[in-house]
Design a protein. Structure first.
Lengths: 521, 239
């Protein structure tokens, strides 16, 4: 009965799993749990029914005169119950009729005929048959129920094991592989492969995880039978959305209905978990996109502000020179032109910084390391900075041992230029006028310090100082010094160097960088 | 040329310098401030005739500076803004700033606004209800008559109130909110439609061509500006 129900259930699901016969000879966990009643046991039942009837008859025959037919009948009844218990319904019924025949023939007078002399013996005979058949039937039903219950329990246990495996793992290929491992060991396959829909090209499947075989050998379009191996294809879907397919292959007979049930139920859960993982992935991507978008907007605002400031100054000076009412005298014109020149330099530096930043962020930066004369780079950078910052005095002091560093000369120049700019701005804002640059050896490397006497950097801000959009200014995103310092950090990292901020004694910030002195490996 | 005292407030030293240089060369006396605190400190003593105020300032922002200056002075204020600060710009105008320029701006534009606003101050100080003439249109506030092609134009009470609001601030960019509050009352500051209807009504009565207004000019999304200069205003000596 339970078999019919299971089969009907499978047919309702679409019948894509072949309903199966008896389990194969090869034992496995689920099969033991689901142990069906063995065929040989029934055959033995029939033999026992026949032999037992003969033996019982033989036992009772010598003493039949001293026993009442009723006690003999009870003896047969006990025997029938025993056969029905051991052999099931068929042997039980058979034993009932054997007992009926033998009792009538041998034990109801007149003996050795089927004729019955006394009417009450007819009643005894048919009561014996009735009770025998009834008990056989009842016993059989009870046992079938017990077996069905056991089977269910086995299925549920297997399913529960699989689902706890499934939900208990962190999403990812390894989790899927572990779950497949478990599934194959429970149901008895050798190879399992999980194919999921490729998110970039909907409708196409790609192999997400596989065990027991080289990846890609078990394909959704593989021929259904190969060398007598059993191949199962279970589609995985949630609602109408097809998520993928589970493929199983093993040297075994087709699945039993119980195994099919477990597999289907497991695959439904697997589909839900796949869907969950897919949604988690989508959510993570959306979050990343949102963060990128926010950063992009901040960059845009910052760039537009920082580009517009020098542009505004240039436009003001240019329109002033163009205006008919502008003074004709040469000093005035030169002053305006000098201001334009300076702002053009500033724009140029800013654009160079933006390009550098994009190169650093895209990972396209390759330092061409060589021995660089520190003096040469620093002197050149200071000369340029003096042009941009006319009111600032730049003083240098160098330890004679700190002459050569390992660096990319172009990168180093950009770093020093940015640091000088940063220091000059901070110093000027604080109404000061001097910036110091010093170079000293330190543990096999050379440390260059650019010292300003500005407002300094509060301890809380130091760790963010080298982020592209960080500026101590609270007026929203600005590139300002943040971009310059982020670039310094990017350049120094590519040159195996380091950069950090210290406090200037007496107030202000000291930006320190270190580079290797000797040629490294 | 009317000269005057101008306070330039901007945190960008090069802009400060360029604007200061240009204004100085044209006879204005210029003082500059790099941030809001300094602007608020300097303004009372310097007693400017006009303030050029960047809205994006470190420390006290431009809006607060605008509010503080307005609390004790009606000095014309031109705010400098960037395109992203549209709402700040309108807020500053609502607070009583007179005009704005979007960075980057030309010095010629700045000079034109400065001249227009300083002339207005002079006109107000003349204390005599002014007269405005534009082609065949004549608006006389003293006799409270408007003549067009020699004929009297009748204005409703609200239309007169609107004309009064405009002519009290010739050259100044009046925001929609400001006009609604001063003509209709504080409860009407969101009724932009009412304002639009009345302005177009007024234009049909006084503009030579209502489709191409030349007296009440629209600054899209911000407000309106009465661009006529007072005629025959006695020009006082340059201060």
């Amino acid at each position: 009965m339970s078999k019919r129900v299971a089969q009907a259930a499978i047919e309702r699901r679409g019948g894509d799993l072949m309903p199966a016969g008896r389990g194969g000879p090869e034992p496995n966990a689920l099969r033991l749990l689901l142990a069906p009643r063995a065929g040989p046991r029934r055959a033995i039942g029939y033999v026992v029914a026949l032999a037992g009837t003969a033996a019982l008859t033989g036992t009772f025959l010598p003493v039949r005169a001293s026993l009442t037919p009723l006690s003999e009948a009870f003896g047969f009844l006990v025997f029938v119950v025993a056969v029905a218990w051991v052999g099931g319904l068929g042997p039980g019924i058979a034993a009932s009729f054997f007992a009926f025949g033998a009792f009538n023939f041998f034990f109801l007078p007149p003996y050795n005929t089927f004729v019955i002399e006394r009417p009450e013996h007819i009643a005894v005979l048919f009561v014996l048959l009735g009770i025998s058949v009834l008990i056989s039937t009842l016993l059989n039903r009870t046992r079938e129920r017990a077996v069905a219950a056991e089977t269910r329990e086995g299925e549920l246990r297997a399913l529960q094991e699989l689902s706890s495996e499934l939900v208990g793992r962190v999403p990812g290929r390894e989790a899927y592989e572990a779950v497949l491992e478990r599934l194959t060991s429970i149901i008895g396959f050798d190879v399992a492969s999980l194919w999921v829909e490729d998110e970039d090209s909907p409708g196409r499947l790609r192999e997400e995880a596989s065990i027991g075989a080289v990846a890609g050998t078990l394909e959704p379009r593989a021929p259904s039978t190969r060398d007598g191996n059993s191949l199962e294809r279970v589609p995985l879907s949630v609602g109408r959305h097809n998520l993928g397919m589970l493929l199983l292959r093993g040297d075994r007979d087709p699945l039993t209905p119980g195994e099919s049930r477990v597999l289907r139920a497991f695959c439904d859960q697997l589909a839900l978990v796949l869907e969950r993982d897919r949604l988690l992935h989508v959510a993570a991507k959306a979050e990343t996109y949102r963060a990128t978008e926010k950063l992009r907007r901040a960059l845009l605002t910052a760039v537009s502000h920082d580009l517009r400031s020098p542009l505004s100054a240039i436009k003001a000076s240019v329109t002033d020179l163009l205006d008919a009412g502008a003074p004709e005298d040469l000093t005035y014109r030169k002053e305006a032109l000098a201001s334009i020149d300076k702002e053009v330099d500033r724009l140029n530096l800013l654009i160079a910084n933006l390009l550098d930043m994009s190169r650093i962020e895209s990972g396209m930066l390759r330092a061409r390391m060589q021995s660089v004369d520190l003096d040469e780079v620093v002197t050149q950078s200071i000369d340029q900075a003096k042009r941009r910052w006319t009111g600032i005095r730049f003083a240098t002091s160098r330890d004679p041992r700190a002459a050569i560093v390992q660096a990319d000369p172009v990168f180093l120049d950009r770093v020093i230029t940015n640091l000088l700019d940063n220091a000059a701005r901070a110093t000027l804002d604080a109404g000061n006028a001097s910036v110091e640059i010093e170079a000293r050896p330190s543990n096999g490397s050379t440390v260059v310090r650019v010292i300003d006497h500005g407002k300094g950097v509060p301890a809380t801000a130091r760790e963010h100082l080298f982020h592209a959009f960080y500026d101590l200014d609270e007026r929203g995103p600005r590139l300002g010094s943040g971009l310059g310092l982020a670039i310094c950090k990017g350049f120094l990292t590519s040159m195996r160097g380091n950069i950090w901020v210290e406090e200037t004694p007496g107030g202000g910030a000291t930006l320190a960088l270190s580079l290797e002195t000797e040629k490294g490996t | 040329m009317i000269a005057g005292r101008i306070l330039v407030v901007d945190d960008e030293p090069e802009i400060r310098r360029a604007v200061g240089r240009a204004l100085g060369a044209r006879g204005y006396t210029v003082e500059s401030a790099a941030d809001g605190e300094r602007a608020v400190d300097v303004a009372p003593a310097f007693a400017p005739d006009l303030v050029v105020l960047d809205l994006n300032l470190p420390g006290i922002d431009g809006l607060s500076v605008c509010r503080q200056i307005r609390s004790w002075s009606q000095v014309p204020i031109i705010v400098l803004s960037v395109r992203e600060d549209e709402s700040d710009k309108v807020a500053a105008l609502d607070l009583g700033a007179d005009d704005y320029l979007t960075k980057p701006f030309g010095i010629d534009e700045l000079l034109a606004r400065v001249r227009a606003l300083l002339r207005r101050t002079v006109a107000i100080e003349s204390r005599k209800p002014p007269r405005f003439v534009f082609g065949e249109v004549e608006v006389d506030l003293e006799t409270r008559t408007i003549r067009r092609d020699g004929e009297d134009v009748h204005l409703t009470k609200t239309e007169w109130a609107l004309v009064d609001a405009f002519t009290a601030h010739p050259g100044r960019l009046l925001t929609q909110r400001w006009l609604l509050e001063h003509v209709w009352g504080p409860g009407y500051t969101e009724d932009f439609n009412v304002l639009r209807v009345f302005v177009s009504q007024l234009r049909r009565k006084i503009e030579p061509d209502a489709d191409r207004p030349q007296i009440i000019v629209t600054d899209p999304g911000v407000g309106y500006r009465w661009v006529l200069r007072p005629a025959e205003a006695a020009v006082p000596p340059v201060s």
